[in-house]
Design a protein around this ligand. Structure first.
Ligand SMILES: Cc1cc2nc3c(=O)[nH]c(=O)nc-3n(C[C@H](O)[C@H](O)[C@H](O)COP(=O)(O)OP(=O)(O)OC[C@H]3O[C@@H](n4cnc5c(N)ncnc54)[C@H](O)[C@@H]3O)c2cc1C
Length: 460
């Protein structure tokens, strides 16, 4: 065992939260060591769709979209079933615009605004996640205070019995166990546990049929290290899959397609609708798990196809068609035959739904808009027609350590664990029962920055 590394702030995990924390801590004058378990940085952030939820931005204004921090706050609380922590949601709402500008100042570009899960105004700001990580890494490397170690696995947090601070980290570096000395604080930014079957089984056995997608390093390490020190947990029972992933998705592949928020319906193997398609895609995920083989089909027409957005994974319908994942039929019966659902039934379902669209009222499931109450129901009528096989995939775990608004990790009694901060996917309290698209990357950036500043300011 040898102690070869020392830093003011040690950040565990080089995804979006970790880079934001490291940049801010280094900027605040702390010597920062960023540990990344994998040979490559980026974690789930790199695999993600890049959708980030911001409100009141210049891009929204240019597109004539009315939105505000207050509306975002209201939507996040509502979609979370008011089970999320009001103070943390308020923090997100208050700090999101500043973080949007901060990312733009560092070169991150956002594409055309979209509406998605849990949004009563279009506020998905699509970024290219690979570019974002590359830009942040470049920025971090520009600081003399910053060091990154790849293939460096944090194993345990070291607690100083005398002061009960967290003075260090035991890590595996180049195959050797190494004690890392930390002069100020540790920031855990090691992501969620979508790739840890044991933890998923322990917390959410009901999600056993959901497929699992996420960064290979997302095995809940930070969660377990903080757990050992008595950290509290939040929202664990609400881990859910996200609707819209292709059932044949690989564990490190993005195959989500979202057409329901542009007006598609979702049908099951019998060709029948089974849910109000405007609700959060986590709740849609639960609904599809109840269907035979846990699979549904998003059914849409050429008018929705025409709204595809190249380069934004969830809305890049053309790409899914080229990949052979999206199925096309010249008419609904042909589509039904290709998909393997009863043709007459699918035609009847679409006809009924078109009647609801004309009335503006869905008498079967109470759908009143495209996403939440935003937008109006649209007829599915213009050939050709499309079907996307969709199941539920746990792509992120949206729950975890209890934190306060300074990103200090709180123990099971609500007391801060000295010298320990957390940010990103491994924190709980932001989402509650469901999820607004873009708030997972959003909270990683917003809270990574806060954790970095505060960790740098920790007294030695
Ligand atoms: C396919 C997919 C699509 C998604 N799309 C979106 C989207 O469009 N919008 C959205 O908001 N969210 C989305 N998400 C969720 C979002 O990407 C994540 O919640 C977010 O990127 C988490 O960021 P993070 O920095 O907390 O973790 P990550 O980006 O996962 O980074 C954590 C890092 O920590 C490393 N690590 C883990 N354990 C250790 C250890 N012991 N020692 C050292 N390093 C360690 C990991 O290897 C990883 O690199 C998506 C997720 C997936 C998988």
């Amino acid at each position: 065992m040898n102690a070869t590394h020392e830093a003011d702030v040690i950040v565990v995990g080089a995804g979006l939260a970790g880079f934001c924390a490291a940049i801010e801590a280094a900027q605040a004058g702390a010597e920062v060591l960023l540990l990344e378990k994998q040979a490559e940085v980026g974690g789930s952030t790199m695999l993600s769709g890049g959708s980030m939820a911001f409100a009141g931005t210049d891009l929204q204004q240019k597109a004539g979209i009315e939105d505000s921090s207050e509306l975002l706050f209201k939507d996040m609380r509502e979609v979370g079933g008011h089970e999320n922590d009001e103070k943390l949601v308020r923090l997100y709402a208050d700090r999101q615009l500043d973080t949007y500008r901060w990312l733009r100042e560092r070169g991150v570009e956002f594409g055309p605004i979209q509406v998605s899960s849990g949004q009563s105004a279009p506020r998905v700001h699509p970024a290219r996640p690979r570019d974002m990580i590359r830009l942040l890494m470049q920025h971090a490397r520009g600081s003399r205070n910053f060091r990154l170690l790849n293939s460096a696995v944090a194993l345990r947090l070291r607690q100083d019995a005398g002061s009960s601070r967290v003075p260090g980290v035991l890590a595996q570096i180049d195959g050797k166990q190494t004690e890392l000395v930390c002069r100020r604080a540790v920031v855990l930014a090691s992501g969620g546990f979508s790739r840890n079957a044991d933890l998923l089984q322990r917390f959410v056995p009901a999600q056993a049929k959901a497929i699992r997608v996420g960064g290979p390093g997302n095995t809940g390490d930070g969660l377990k290290m903080a757990w050992q020190l008595g950290a509290g947990f939040r929202d664990m029972g609400y881990v859910k899959g996200t609707f819209g992933n292709h059932p044949k998705a690989g564990a490190e592949e993005h195959t989500a397609l979202m057409a329901v928020y542009k007006g598609a319906i979702a049908v099951n193997q019998n060709g029948e609708r089974f849910v109000n398609e405007s609700i959060s895609y986590k709740l849609l995920g639960d609904a599809v798990l109840q269907q035979s083989s846990a699979v549904g089909y998003q059914i849409f027409d050429q008018s929705i196809m025409d709204q595809a957005v190249a380069g934004v994974p969830m809305f890049d319908y053309q790409k899914r068609l080229t990949q052979g994942l999206l199925i096309r039929g010249e008419n609904l019966k042909e589509l039904a035959g290709k998909v393997g659902v009863p043709g007459e039934k699918l035609v009847a379902t679409v006809n009924e739904y078109n009647g609801f669209a004309d009335q503006g009222r869905d008498e079967r499931f109470g759908r009143t808009g495209l996403s939440m109450s935003y937008g109006k129901l649209v007829r599915i009528e213009r050939a050709p027609f499309y079907a996307y096989p969709s199941t539920s995939a746990i792509i992120a775990t949206y729950c975890g350590l209890t934190v306060d608004t300074g990103m200090r990790v709180l123990d099971v009694f609500g007391e801060p664990i000295a010298g320990l901060y957390a940010a990103g996917e491994l924190t709980g309290g932001f989402h509650g029962i469901a999820y607004m698209t873009g708030t997972s990357l959003g909270k990683s950036a917003i809270c990574g920055r806060i954790a970095g500043v505060n960790a740098a300011g920790s007294m030695s």
